[in-house]
Design a binder for this molecule. Structure first.
Ligand code: SF4
Length: 87
């Protein structure tokens, strides 16, 4: 069997640079479809995510697949943990 390379989709998206995150956030803001949480709220959420057992691959929530650096900034979002929502 021929050796296969890494999954192209994963290899291109699993590690998201701060620049890409900022670009995604700016795109969401420009779309006008989101409202941002205040800075204190988003910082508190992110801190909880970064100490969570579901935080994986440097920023992905294993429950929803979201990039937590973005999800935590959006007003009205919540923690998707089915058993122990943290925010
Ligand atoms: S389960 Fe909640 S606290 Fe944990 S990484 Fe996901 S969003 Fe963050």
């Amino acid at each position: 069997m021929a050796k296969q390379g890494p999954c192209r989709d994963c290899s291109e998206t699993i590690e998201v640079t701060p620049e890409k995150l900022e670009g995604m956030l700016q795109m969401l803001i420009k779309s006008g479809n989101i409202e941002l949480a205040d800075e204190e709220t988003s910082n508190r959420r992110l801190s909880l995510c970064m100490s969570c057992e579901a935080y994986t691959h440097g920023g992905t929530c294993k429950y929803c697949g979201c990039l937590v650096q973005i999800r935590t900034k959006i007003k009205g979002r919540h923690c998707p943990s089915p058993l122990n929502p943290k925010w």
